[in-house]
Write a protein that binds this ligand. Structure first.
Ligand code: ADP
Length: 542
């Protein structure tokens, strides 16, 4: 027997319809690429988005076409996203931090037919557009006055192009499983792989993201998505923001401490989300200037493991709650978030940080398990670590074009490539990427634990642990350290600081000081190039 409830497809543009009707006057504030702060509302974005959709359709774009964006977080980017989805086309966010050749490869793989590009990135596109065979239309996200001289074929200024439509357009309607968006993994090993979100998965993910023990968003919130829309959908905030009717503050291209602080303060931001490096810059700015954060209540920190020192500083010095989070492009991207369950609420100090340093537990809609190499489930005891696998309605079931099939099993589990343990309360803690874990004498050493510990040293700016071949143990840890400016900690200082805080056999065999540690396009430590850099390194213990 079937239920007798309505068929109401979960389509992304319904989120914007809801925002317009219920929260039409709620503001969306952007730091524009041209410079000034620009203010608009959900009602205005809704209207302009309909115009963009109308204009796209007039240019011949249709259901299933891939339309790329190479842009920062701004109101225009949001308008473009909903317009693309509203005609049944697929938004394809490109990460401008990739090499131009990689961007061209990705665009060709996705067969992008059109692109919305910010002024900042027009020079990148000029270099590669000729190599993208499918590209027919370039829309530069600016007005006539700021339109640059460009070699790009079929390029128009967004505002001019948009002015040729009146917004008398009805969103298309189709099956909720229709593709809505696309994002490629950064491809630190091998070619990047395409993840193809559906309308249904995006809407369900937006609901999951907004829930109280996930991001916990409300219409009274003022949300600053620092995490870019091109980095795993701005962690869903481009969808959950309109769904909830929160005021949005879009940071454009400026992520330095002073610029972020300015927006937090003038717009009275209550909630923000970003990777740890952004928060390190902000905290440093606050320390230098003595400024405070009177409005900010909560920050979600993820994308890389968040050092305890950052959590402690936010909470103790600024009274801002930190929610550590883990996820990945393949998960839309949220996987787990770390809020406290009732049994932890009474904890204080270090005992509280012991919980908050973990990546947390999943909202409804994400199942997880850890397994050994043979796929057997491991106990949830908070120490036995293994391969982290997930499934759910907003988790990829395949990559675009069928790449990486070995990561998906017959029971629907996706192997994240992360190594983790889960404790009896259901809290997951990432210990490594499977490719990065150090295998010493058949046992695994967590590089993330070593790194988080090392950056707790007051003179250490950044640290990375890698495995170096060892004749007796197979591999042993080398700690690569960037010192803070003007500080000169020695190897002995750092090892003494770490000693007693991890198992003895986990202690690094050596410490190497470098000027800089390489990072990927999504801001993570690039272990592959670091290993290449130290491939001839001999440990003193060997
Ligand atoms: P990319 O591979 O393109 O950088 P993602 O942004 O999807 O893509 O990265 C996902 C990976 O980032 C995860 O599989 C995990 O290894 C790492 N990661 C994300 N959040 C955390 C976290 N809080 N702690 C540790 N690692 C994290």
């Amino acid at each position: 027997m079937l239920g007798l409830m309505q068929e109401w497809p979960l389509l992304c543009h319904k989120l914007l319809d809801h925002a317009e009707r219920q929260h039409g006057s709620r503001e969306v504030v952007s730091r524009s690429i041209e410079g000034p702060i620009v203010r608009t509302t959900f009602a205005e974005i809704h209207h302009r988005s309909l115009k963009v959709a109308q204009r796209l359709e007039r240019d011949g774009f249709r259901l299933g076409d891939r339309v790329a964006t190479l842009a920062w977080n701004t109101a225009r980017h949001i308008e473009a996203w909903y317009a693309i989805m509203g005609i049944g086309a697929v938004y394809h966010t490109l990460n401008p931090r990739l090499f131009p050749e990689q961007i061209a490869w990705i665009m060709n793989n996705a067969e992008d037919k059109a692109i919305f590009v910010d002024l900042t990135f027009a020079p990148i596109l000029e270099k590669i557009a000729g190599a993208v065979r499918s590209l027919r239309r370039v829309i530069v996200l600016t007005d006539h006055a700021h339109m640059p001289q460009t070699s790009l074929a079929n390029a128009v200024a967004y505002e001019e192009w948009l002015a040729q439509a009146d917004g008398a357009f009805t969103w298309k309607t189709f099956d909720e499983n229709t593709a809505a968006g696309m994002c490629y993994t950064s491809g630190t090993t091998g070619d990047p792989k395409g993840v193809l979100y559906s309308h249904r998965s995006n809407v369900l993910h937006a609901m999951m993201a907004a829930m109280p023990d996930a991001m916990g968003l409300s219409t009274r919130d003022v949300v600053l998505p620092v995490v870019p829309m091109f980095h795993a959908n701005a962690w869903g905030l481009g969808q959950s923001g309109p769904m909830i009717g929160a005021k949005l503050v879009m940071p454009g291209c400026k992520m330095d401490g002073a610029s972020i602080y300015e927006l937090l303060d003038t717009e009275k931001v209550t909630f923000s989300a970003a990777v740890p490096t952004v928060w390190m810059m902000l905290l440093q700015y606050l320390e230098e200037t003595g400024k405070k954060l009177p409005y900010l209540k909560k920050v979600v920190i993820g994308g890389a493991s968040c050092p305890r020192a950052i959590i402690a500083k936010f909470q103790d010095n600024y009274d801002v709650q930190v929610v550590h989070a883990w996820g990945m492009t393949e998960m839309s991207p949220l996987g787990t978030l770390c809020t406290l369950k009732p049994q932890h609420e009474m904890r204080t100090g270090e005992a509280r940080l012991d919980v908050q340093g973990k990546q947390g537990f999943p909202p409804f809609g994400v199942e997880m398990k850890v397994t050994d190499d043979d796929g057997n489930a491991l106990p949830w005891d908070g120490k036995t670590f293994g391969h982290l696998k997930v499934r759910g309605p907003a988790v990829a079931r395949a990559y675009y074009g069928g790449d990486g099939a070995e990561q998906f099993d017959a029971d629907g589990w996706f192997d994240t490539g992360d190594v983790a343990h889960i404790d009896a309360s259901g809290y997951m803690q990432i210990t490594d990427r499977a490719k990065d874990v150090i295998k010493s004498g058949g046992e695994w050493i967590s590089t993330i634990d070593l790194e988080n510990l090392a950056v707790g040293h007051p003179d250490v700016a950044e640290a990375a642990a890698i495995g170096i071949p060892h004749s007796k143990w197979g591999e042993r840890p080398l700690l690569v350290v960037v010192r803070k400016p003007g500080r000169e900690p020695s190897k002995g200082d750092i090892l003494t600081f770490m000693s007693g805080k991890v198992a003895k056999w986990w202690m690094p065999d050596d410490v190497a000081f470098v000027g800089e540690i390489p990072h990927t396009a999504t801001g993570k430590i690039q272990k592959t190039s670091l290993r290449a850099q130290f491939k001839d390194y001999r440990l003193p213990t060997d």
